[in-house]
Design a protein around this ligand. Structure first.
Ligand code: SF4
Length: 222
């Protein structure tokens, strides 16, 4: 059913063109900064970095911590987030000489655990970096996907990240290589879209492209 839901969303919303045309560093920064905040707030922090010419790994790493706090303030938790970003940049230079291309050349099964070992990186952030910044086969599971799959009876409220991720991959079992990456990219973007438009903490099923699929409602708060 999830594949049919994906196709319905693609039909309703069209291509999402994620991540909005940005370079790997900006995508990675976005993956960190978006934790616990809105994308609008992330854009303000990224704008601050852009205005200071700091969308550059070496320049960013050389920026004094206090200055970074000020630049990242709009997206909140700036002390924690700037420490996590600096740790990532240190990792990027230690593992790949500062090159995202070289980092992307590592195998997913080697790279993912290394990312997960960094501060401030959970599975969602690791998979977002792998998929959108590095072009790896990775499936991002977020709160929107959890809500949609629970409300349509495909998973349970307490299902783990890995269980939901396996379910999502099962929708693309027949795909290989780049097609798999492309579908994972679109799938997450479309789920975010329907989540924002309809499947928030309170579902707004009227007019939702997925309203034609059976759902386990009346509403429960998830
Ligand atoms: S808003 Fe309703 S129809 Fe849409 S995805 Fe959520 S539960 Fe399904």
């Amino acid at each position: 059913m999830l594949r049919a839901m994906y196709e319905r969303l693609a039909e309703a919303y069209g291509p999402q063109h994620w991540w909005p045309g940005e370079a790997p560093l900006e995508i990675t920064l976005g993956a960190y900064l978006t934790q616990n905040t809105s994308w609008r707030a992330v854009e303000r922090s990224l704008g601050n970095l852009r205005n200071r010419g700091l969308l550059d790994a070496a320049g960013l790493l050389a920026t004094p911590e206090e200055e970074l706090h000020v630049l990242l303030r709009p997206s909140g938790y700036m002390v924690r987030k700037s420490a996590a970003i600096r740790a990532f940049l240190g990792f990027l230079f230690a593992e790949a000489g500062g090159s995202f291309e070289r980092l992307a050349a590592m195998r997913t099964e080697v790279l993912r655990p290394k990312l997960l070992a960094l501060p401030g990186v959970g599975p969602e952030t690791a998979d977002a970096i792998l998929l959108y910044a590095l072009g790896h086969e990775a499936m991002v599971v977020d709160e929107y996907l959890r809500r949609v799959t629970v409300r349509h009876g495909l998973t349970e409220e307490r299902s783990s990240y890995e269980v939901i991720q396996r379910l999502a991959w099962s929708a693309f079992a027949g795909e290989r290589g780049k097609a798999r990456v492309r579908h994972a990219n679109e799938f997450h973007a479309l789920i975010v879209m329907v989540g924002k438009e309809h499947c928030g903490p309170k579902p707004r099923c009227a007019g939702c492209p997925l309203a034609c699929f059976p759902a386990l409602l009346p509403e429960r708060s998830i």
